[in-house]
Write a protein that binds this ligand. Sequence first.
Ligand code: CP3
Length: 340
Amino acid sequence: MSTFLDALNKNNKSHIPVWFMRQAGRYLPEYMAVKNKSNFREMSHTPQMMAEITLQPLRRYPLDAAIMFSDILTCLEYMGAPFEFRDTGPKLDDHGSHVLSALKPLNPQEHLNFVGEGIRLIKLNAKVPVIGFVGAPFTLISYLVEGGTSKEFIATKRLLFSEPKKFSSAMSFISEQLVCYLDYQVRSGVNAVQIFDSWVGVLSQEQYEIHILPHMTKLISDFKKRNPSIPVILYSQPTTHLLSCLAQTGADAISVDWRSPLSYISQQIPKTITIQGNLDPIATTLPWEQAKPHVESVLKSARSAEILDRYIFNVGHGVTPHTQPETIARIVDFVHTFKV
Ligand code: CP3
C-alpha cells in the first residue's frame, strides 16, 4: 500500500503523498556530518553511504517516497566526460560540442554497479517506494557543452540552432544510454523513475516540439516497453509554456514548478497524467508560520482543480541549504492531514 504509487496510478483515495526533491541534502545536520568527513563523489559512489544518506530524511519525516542519493551527472564520467563537484557546482574537465561526438556507450552493470548495490541496500531498509532517476538528454547535453551550470545556455542553444543534426544524434545516443541506465535501476529495485530536465525551460514551445519532444517520447516509450509497470515522472522548470508538449511525452506524471497555480497547470494536462509539485522551495527556508500560507495555497489549488486522486505534493525545484528542517516536518504533517 503506497499513496505515492496510488497517485501515480491516478487512483489515490487516501492522504496526499509528499516527498521533496533534494530531501537528502545540506539543510540536514546529519548530511553535513557525513559530508564534513567525505565528499560528494565518495558519498554517491559508496553503496553504504549512498543508502545511509538516502535514508536520513526518512528517519526524520514520514515521507511517502525515498529518492536514491546520486546525481544526474554521475553517469557522464563513464561516457567519457569526467567532471568534478566543486562548491560552486559541477565542473567538467572538458566541454564543448566535440565532447558530444566522443561520447562512449554506458554499461550500467559494469560502470554503475555501486548505484545498483546502493539501491539494493536502500530497498532493504526503506518502507516506502524508492525513486530512481536520470537527467534528461537536453539537460545533460547542456552540461557537456557549457562545462557546468549556466544561466542562458548560449553555447547549447547555438549548437541546437546551427548544427541540429549533430544535436539530434547526441540526443539519440544519450537517450539510448539513459534507457539502459533506468532499466538497470529498475532491475536493482527502484519502484518509480524521475527524469530531470531542469534546464529545458530555456527553449520555446516550437523548439521543444521540434528538437526535444521526439527524443523524450522515444526515451519514455523504449523504457516502458521494458518496464510497463514502472511509473515515469518528468520534471522540468520553468516550463508552464511547455505543458502541452510535456503531456505528449508519454510520462505518467509531470512535476511542475511554482510559477503558475495548479488550477491553471491542471487545465493544460490531461486527466490521465499525475501532477507533482509545486511549492516554491524558498518557502521551506521560512519558519513554519510564514511557510504555511504558501503550502495551504498549493493544496487548495490542487483541491479546486480536482486532481487529488492523482496529485503528489513536492517542491517546484529542489530544497536549498537554507531549508529549515522543522519547517519540512510541519509541511509533511500539514499535507498528510489536509482534508481531501
Ligand atoms: O533529490 C535528491 O535528494 C536526490 C539527489 C540528487 C542530487 N542531485 C544530489 C546532489 C538529485 C536528484 C540530483 C539531480 C541534479 N543534479 C539535477 C536535477 C535537479 C535540479 O536540481 O535541477 C541537477 C541540475 C544536478 C546537477 C548538480 N549537482 C548541481 C547543479 C549541483 C551543485 C549545486 C547544488 O545544488 O549543490 C550538484 C551537486 C549535488 N547533487 C549536491 C547534492 C546533494 C550538493 C552536493 C553537496 O555539496 O553536498
